[in-house]
Design a protein around this ligand. Structure first.
Ligand code: GLN
Length: 341
């Protein structure tokens, strides 16, 4: 595999390179990351253990609606934890970000996604909406008069981000619902701490359903592009959430999108992202593009190994890293800026 220094590096310019360049770099990122076979597929949800570990797709959706894809970018897989980002956005859109910030929080827990200790250490505070506790508490906030209405709103909301109707994978849902004792314990614990008002198991069920929605790498790219485009889906033109909600969602992802590896991800990739245990990762370059990747083999924190490498390649080669800069050309140093006349 090429060294990091061998990946062409560009610095953020405000726009992506031209269409052909993006198309080529998406293919190169796919070829680059395909070289590794590291990582293990998730098996704690029995249905996920049946996936072909070699599947690998990469997709970039630009904020002008152009889509570039390589490999298995149209293969369906369950969105899993990536759904947390969008349900958070939908709840902020309905209730305002201050309510969610106060009740759920926006700080990294530094602990795994399904940690119970994190809840106990914080006196019952869920921490942030990207770990299971915060996500279940966020799903419980979706305004609805019944469980069916809550699910319909979540499904419709995530579908609007993707620009097409997303369907539930019944087998993944049943498989997780049969084995999610830990998430049910988290829901009940949050109720004991007064963080979920009613029906915690109903909230866990809706959360399990949202995780079982089927997407492709291209869907994730378009969903990310909607967050990159101030909340407007660049393919359908529909405004899904307000611009400040899209902004707040990205800020939370930067802090907590990759669980206890969030700091490492931000250091390496320089962009907000969100991963899921089926092997998807969605990454957002504000004002420019969404990146969607799918490869089922995961690292120890549950993040796709090939997905991380392909995203790192693209962040660098497309000039997306928000922390990279170049010194501007200007007159001799020491330079004093004069007031424009
Ligand atoms: N549905 C999964 C769970 O709650 C999602 C986890 C994940 O993608 N990290 O365990």
């Amino acid at each position: 595999m090429a060294e990091l220094d061998d990946i062409p590096q560009h610095v953020s310019t405000g726009t992506l390179p031209g269409w052909d360049a993006v198309e080529n770099l998406v293919r190169e990122a796919h070829a680059y990351a395909r070289e590794t076979g590291d990582g293990d597929i998730a098996t704690y949800i029995p249905r996920l253990a049946q996936v072909d570990p070699e599947l690998f797709g990469v997709s970039v959706a630009e904020v002008d609606g152009a889509v570039h894809a390589a490999g298995d970018a149209e293969v369906l897989f369950s969105i899993q934890s990536i759904s947390k980002a969008f349900v958070y956005a939908l709840v902020c859109e309905e209730l305002g970000h201050e309510v969610v910030r106060e009740r759920i929080g926006v700080d990294n827990t530094g602990l795994p996604f399904n940690s119970v200790i994190a809840i106990e250490l914080a006196d019952g505070h869920p921490g942030n909406p990207m770990v299971n506790a915060g996500a279940i508490a966020t799903t419980a906030l979706v305004p609805a008069a019944s469980a069916d209405e809550r699910w319909a709103r979540i499904q419709a909301g995530l579908s609007a981000f993707a620009g097409r109707r997303l369907e539930l994978d019944g087998e993944v849902y049943t498989s997780e619902a049969d084995t999610n004792q830990r998430n049910r314990a988290i829901g009940t614990l949050l109720q004991a701490y007064g963080r979920i008002e009613a029906d915690p198991l109903g909230a866990v069920d809706a959360y399990t359903r949202q995780c079982s929605l089927l997407v492709t790498a291209t869907d994730l790219a378009v969903m990310g592009a909607t967050l990159a485009d101030g909340g407007v889906n660049p393919v359908t033109g529909e405004r899904v959430v307000a611009a400040d909600v899209a902004r707040d969602t990205l800020a939370v992802l930067a802090a907590a999108g990759l669980y206890e590896r969030s700091g490492e991800w931000l250091f390496e990739i320089g962009l907000p992202g969100k991963s899921g245990v089926a092997g998807g990762i969605m990454t957002v370059s504000p004002g420019k593009a969404g990146i969607g990747v799918f490869a089922p083999r995961l690292d120890g924190a549950g993040n796709s190994v090939r997905g991380r490498l392909a995203t790192r390649y693209l962040a660098r080669a497309l000039g997306l890293d928000i922390f990279a800069s170049e010194a501007r050309e200007h007159g001799p140093y020491p330079y004093s800026r004069e007031k424009p006349s």
